[in-house]
Design a protein around this ligand. Structure first.
Ligand SMILES: NC(=O)c1ccc[n+]([C@@H]2O[C@H](COP(=O)([O-])OP(=O)(O)OC[C@H]3O[C@@H](n4cnc5c(N)ncnc54)[C@H](OP(=O)(O)O)[C@@H]3O)[C@@H](O)[C@H]2O)c1
Length: 284
């Protein structure tokens, strides 16, 4: 190798001085891990993650070039921000395990459904900054919707940091914690409701003679485009609906069928029922 050879400098990450641990890098934790790396939010050496099974830890380490292990306490000690991604029922045991690492200097960001910030603060036994997040699965394509809420010891800078972290997987909003069950019912469960709507529209396309692949693409792209119209124009959905609905045209006949079938009330009930279930789970 010649003397004048040189290595390209590694570009800095967006959050260069932050060390992050993801405890429970399963489906959702894994999505976040990949998004942080892909968007250069953090470099691999700023990240550490844990899972339960050592073989999965090895596989994830190899896949992402990140230190993935099974030692939660060591991972928590190393980190400035600890993301909690285990199942809700596993949260108390995990908090007990990492207790010696929990100090007011750390930020704990939990995305375990239905686990209240207060229960984590109480278990931590110090003025720990706890932020609770409810992301959803379209986070995989950076098209997620996440709601965040603060515990009692969170600073405006820490909530801004959490918003920055979750902006790598889509849009984020801060809500009061009392709304988190409603968020779970709307955007947490919502992808499943919308898949059913897309599936039904595609089935309808097949029913009126379209090939299934064409019908599925048209249904999904129509849902995607309509969602973008709402988000990017800022117009009320009713106004956008009116723009498609010409007098005595085709759409208004379709809308009549939707109203006869009770689609609106059915969707309202679906979100209400999912919210009630989230409330039951939160109550234990
Ligand atoms: N999936 C969603 O749509 C979604 C949306 C919003 C919120 N959430 C929340 O995200 C959390 C995880 O859900 P998920 O769907 O990602 O579940 P998941 O795929 O089962 O992930 C759970 C992960 O936790 C790991 N784990 C279990 N015990 C552990 C321990 N003691 N120490 C370290 N890691 C441990 C598991 O390890 P192994 O891989 O080795 O088993 C697994 O990787 C849940 O609290 C859920 O409420 C999920």
């Amino acid at each position: 190798m010649s003397d004048d050879s040189y290595e390209l400098p590694v570009p800095a990450s967006v959050l260069p001085n932050l060390r992050v641990a993801i405890l429970g890098a399963g489906k959702m934790g894994g999505i976040l891990l990949q998004a942080f790396l892909k968007n250069n939010l953090l470099l691999p050496d700023q990240l550490v993650a844990t899972v339960q099974h050592p073989d999965r830890a090895l596989a994830l380490s190899a896949q992402f070039g990140v230190n993935v292990g099974t030692d939660n306490l060591a991972a928590a000690r190393e980190a400035d921000v600890i993301l909690l991604g285990v199942k809700p029922i596993q949260v108390p045991a995990l908090i007990a395990e990492i207790l010696p690492a929990l100090t007011p200097a750390k930020l704990l960001l939990s995305f375990a459904a239905s686990v209240k910030t207060r229960s984590i603060e109480d278990a931590a036994g110090c003025d720990l900054a706890v932020i609770r997040a409810m992301p959803n699965t379209p986070a995989l394509l950076s098209a997620g919707a996440t709601a965040l809420c603060s515990g009692r010891f969170v600073s405006p800078e820490q909530i801004a940091l959490a918003l920055r972290i979750f902006s790598t997987v889509g849009r984020s909003v801060v809500v009061d914690e009392k709304h988190m069950d409603a968020v779970t019912g709307l955007s947490g469960s919502g992808p499943a409701f919308l898949y059913i709507i897309i599936e039904a529209l595609a089935e309808a396309g097949v029913n009126v003679g379209l090939p299934r692949d064409v019908a599925t693409m048209l249904a999904a792209q129509t849902a995607y485009g309509s969602a973008r119209m709402v988000l990017e124009t800022g117009y009320h959905p009713a106004l956008l609906k009116d723009a498609v609905t010409t007098p005595a045209g085709t759409t208004v006949d379709g809308i009549l069928a939707l109203e006869e079938g009770g689609l609106r009330a059915t969707l309202i009930n679906a979100v209400k029922r999912a919210t009630e279930r989230a409330r039951e789970l939160a109550a234990g």
